[in-house]
Write a protein that binds this ligand. Structure first.
Ligand SMILES: Cc1cc2nc3c(=O)[nH]c(=O)nc-3n(C[C@H](O)[C@H](O)[C@H](O)COP(=O)(O)OP(=O)(O)OC[C@H]3O[C@@H](n4cnc5c(N)ncnc54)[C@H](O)[C@@H]3O)c2cc1C
Length: 423
């Protein structure tokens, strides 16, 4: 351990969510220690696409998602895939998920997501202005590129829904306009939608620079320190037993991402989170390299141009704690990008990666105090949007912990919502 003073708060988990919580808690004057069983920002927050995207208000629980999931049982290469496995927890999770795959629930979840996405974007802008973190923050917007007219027409419906219900607007670009917009795109594509208010950054640079800034402000980070057991008395956690010894604090924040469900019984609170595995491959910049971060909805793949490289990422596999990186999945990412980009792959070394997204069955994050332990807070379950939702999550956790009035309605994200249901 690097510090012996008792912290006010221990944050368990140093992904983007744990770091953001540490930021707002320490800014409020609390002494914070962050522990992680691995390295800082080394899990799902590491090799992702880095979009900070308020345009992503529509949840995974959309009409038709369950049909896609059922078909995928027999299609190992499906970008959205459920791998058949015997797990009662997963069956229950899927049941709750399936119940929400309808238009009404999709709009309801979208409304809650919009509030926290917008707040997060505002907070990111303040963070970038005040801290000048070195993370390749780019306000270029996000480009959704469609290969076919059919894709264009069905995306246009989505776009209309975003405008009408959520006030999220895009500029529509026809195929002939694309070469001038981004010369890395191939000729012959049907068109695109540009969401100008989205931004992007390099996730691993963000963790590096943000955690460094927090260390300078007195936040302690302890790597390779796994929380193993919480010692409790009278509805409070007194200390956490870790792989590096016992740690005491007044309060605890659990930001353990896809591992969180393992803590359900210890924390006396259902935490229905499944691992939504995705992959990415990072390489040097191809020539030409895309100017814009882009998504290709027909192939469910995203590309992220960085100053030092270029990343293709995607897939959503429900396969439990599976650590493999099949070569066919990496090939599939590259093949998908090749439909859109003149140079989808560059020469040189490829860095392959997987991450487990922390997936909840209602597509909403879990942010708030645990119902039965008065000094334990959950900040987890950020699904496909952990990067985008991190700042508002940290801010909300600090407000709830300090008894300040919350800047957004915390009720939709409360852990309380799982108590009365079959989880
Ligand atoms: C391919 C892909 C692309 C993505 N692209 C985007 C994107 O463009 N924009 C976006 O907003 N989101 C994106 N996401 C989603 C985003 O990456 C996740 O939502 C986010 O990283 C979750 O952050 P987290 O801090 O909750 O989890 P993690 O980053 O997984 O952090 C959890 C941490 O908890 C630690 N931990 C767990 N258990 C313990 C324990 N018992 N003791 C100590 N430590 C513990 C782990 O070691 C880990 O470091 C993408 C995900 C994938 C897979």
């Amino acid at each position: 351990m690097t510090s012996t003073a008792k912290p006010d708060v221990i944050v368990v988990g140093s992904g983007i969510i744990g770091i953001a919580c540490a930021h707002y808690l320490s800014a409020a004057g609390l002494r914070v220690t962050v522990i992680d069983q691995g390295t800082i920002g080394g899990a799902c927050s590491h090799g992702n696409c880095g979009y900070i995207c308020p345009s992503h208000v529509l949840p995974l629980t959309e009409p038709g998602a369950i049909g896609t999931a059922v078909k995928s049982l027999f299609t190992p290469n499906a970008p959205f895939r459920v791998k058949p496995r015997l797990s009662l927890a997963f069956v229950k999770w899927m049941w709750q998920f399936a119940k929400r795959c309808n238009h009404r629930q999709m709009l309801l979840a979208g409304m809650h997501l919009k509030a926290i996405l917008d707040s997060s974007m505002q907070e990111y802008k303040c963070l970038m202005r005040d801290e000048a973190l070195r993370c390749q923050w780019k306000e270029t917007g996000l480009l959704y590129v469609l290969q076919t007219e059919h894709g264009m027409n069905s995306f246009a419906k989505n776009d209309r829904l975003l405008t009408e219900h959520f006030g999220v607007t895009a500029r529509r670009l026809e195929g002939r306009e694309l070469a001038a917009f981004d010369p890395a795109l191939k000729p012959g594509l049907a068109g695109a939608f540009h969401y100008p208010n989205d931004t992007s950054l390099c996730p691993e640079w963000l963790h590096e620079s943000w955690s460094q800034r927090l260390k300078e402000r007195g936040v302690t980070f302890v790597e390779h320190c796994q929380s193993q057991h919480f010692q409790k008395s009278n509805g409070r956690v007194l200390q956490v037993v870790t792989s590096q010894g016992t740690l005491q604090a007044d309060r605890f924040v659990i930001a353990t991402g896809a591992w969180s469900s393992r803590l359900s019984s210890e924390l006396e609170c259902p935490i229905p989170i499944e691992q939504g595995k995705g992959y990415s491959v990072t390489m040097s910049r191809p020539d030409p390299c895309p100017r814009y971060p882009m998504l290709f909805p027909e192939h469910r793949v995203g590309v992220s141009p960085f100053e030092h490289g270029y990343r293709v990422g995607s897939m959503m596999e429900f396969a439990g704690f599976d650590t493999s990186i099949p070569a066919r999945r990496i090939q599939q990412l590259q093949n998908s990008a090749s439909h859109y980009l003149a140079s989808p792959v560059s020469v040189g070394e490829l860095q392959t990666w997987y991450g487990w997204r922390p997936m909840t069955w209602d597509s909403l994050p879990i942010i708030g105090r645990t119902p039965r332990l008065e000094n334990v807070y959950l900040a987890t379950g950020h699904n496909m949007l952990g990067m985008s939702l991190a700042t508002a999550t940290g801010k909300l956790i600090a407000e709830l912990m300090l008894g300040h009035s919350p800047h957004i309605d915390p009720a939709p994200f409360s852990p309380q919502r799982f108590l009365s249901r079959m989880t």
